[in-house]
Design a protein around this ligand. Sequence first.
Ligand SMILES: NC(=O)c1ccc[n+]([C@@H]2O[C@H](COP(=O)([O-])OP(=O)(O)OC[C@H]3O[C@@H](n4cnc5c(N)ncnc54)[C@H](O)[C@@H]3O)[C@@H](O)[C@H]2O)c1
Length: 448
Amino acid sequence: MKITMIGTGYVGLVTGACFAEVGNDVLCLDLDAAKIRTLNEGGIPIFEPGLKEMVARNRAAGRIRFTTDIDEAVAHGDVQFIAVGTPPDEDGSADLKYVVAAARNVGARMTSPKVIVDKSTVPVGTADRVRAAIADELARRGVSTAFSVVSNPEFLKEGAAVEDFMKPDRVVIGTAPDDERAKSALRALYAPFQRNHERMIFMDIRSAELTKYAANAMLATRISFMNEIANLAEKLGADVELVRQGIGSDPRIGYHFLYAGCGYGGSCFPKDVQALQRTAQEAGAGFQILDAVERANAHQKQVLAQKVVRRFGENLQGRHFALWGLAFKPNTDDMREVPSLELIAALTSRGATITAYDPVAMAEARHALVGNAAVSYADGPMSALEAADALIIVTEWKEFRSPDFSSIRAKLKAPVIFDGRNLYGPGLVRSQGIEYEPIGRPDLGKVA
Ligand SMILES: NC(=O)c1ccc[n+]([C@@H]2O[C@H](COP(=O)([O-])OP(=O)(O)OC[C@H]3O[C@@H](n4cnc5c(N)ncnc54)[C@H](O)[C@@H]3O)[C@@H](O)[C@H]2O)c1
């Protein structure tokens, strides 16, 4: 099938590459000329495991191409996916200007029937706006070409995006009830991704749009819930890890997404929680749980800095810290809304200096931290420790999981580890003569 991907970011590029991988003819459009140049020169603008190889393979086979030419892109695909950004507006609602512009571009040029698929995360009612924008452009041209609008929210996780797309838990498709043409196009397109069993869930468009926000809001709620349990555990002298195991074993709760940490971040949860709150407000419904989830997360992003201040004092002039991890989670270079930036701001504004290391996110971090002379970068985790008073861990990269604690003790002046991801057994670290400050895991020996 001929597919156009409008927007070649994390979602558009992964989706385009995966559709090409199963034999489709994919053209990816982006307005960012630098991104398209990189892709046309064989480079890859983002880090995502397996993506580089998949893009290279399909580019060589002629199944995926990249362009900035809107005319060419609209002419190409019988199915046009809109996968552009939906960043938060000033009031927290999703800014739909890129989605509507993409829809207008299609309407202004299409000369044959098209299925237009909203893959971006968009509030309920957006498909109506997309349909209206296309109809408006067709009317302006005095033509009446048939088209369908479909909602197909994306559930891939950064860091495992290719795998998630190739083996989806579910594929949610929202269509008009009688739109058989759109349903059969989407069924054919996704058939290669569900040979094992049917994973497609067809529904009306508004339910599909709401499903994406409900999923992310539920996941953010679990994280904030566990963070609050962790903070309580610290006060009560209990261990959140043991509590996690104790409740995760209940199949009604399950083990996934029950880890306490230093707050959620990234390009999706913060903006999607806000957008759903805004949607609820506009609908006159309110969403009290999400108000609390947001407040709890804002607090949690400060917890590591508070621990550092409790240990070293308000004035951090002359203090130097090693930071392991900058991205909001492992296997990604995405630096949007990351806890690490808030931590760095809190420490450097008190006079501290920092040497940071992240296996893939340092280039993105340099952009985000340009102008902050208090931050330098190391080429490995152990070299980040040079002259540091303490180590702070923000991202649970695999390579941080089993370090040489005796070298850490020898290098750190204090020595203390503030662990925002609870990577280690507290007993093991403390037995090495290192102070250990994880999240929600007080020294139970001292509590008694
Ligand atoms: N990143 C994720 O993990 C993820 C997961 C699921 C859903 N989503 C949703 O998918 C959407 C895209 O997210 P992303 O992370 O891929 O964003 P991104 O910022 O990485 O990519 C969006 C791309 O769209 C391009 N663009 C904007 N307007 C355009 C236009 N009119 N024509 C062509 N290109 C245009 C931008 O230049 C950019 O390259 C968002 O709504 C997001 O919430 C993201």
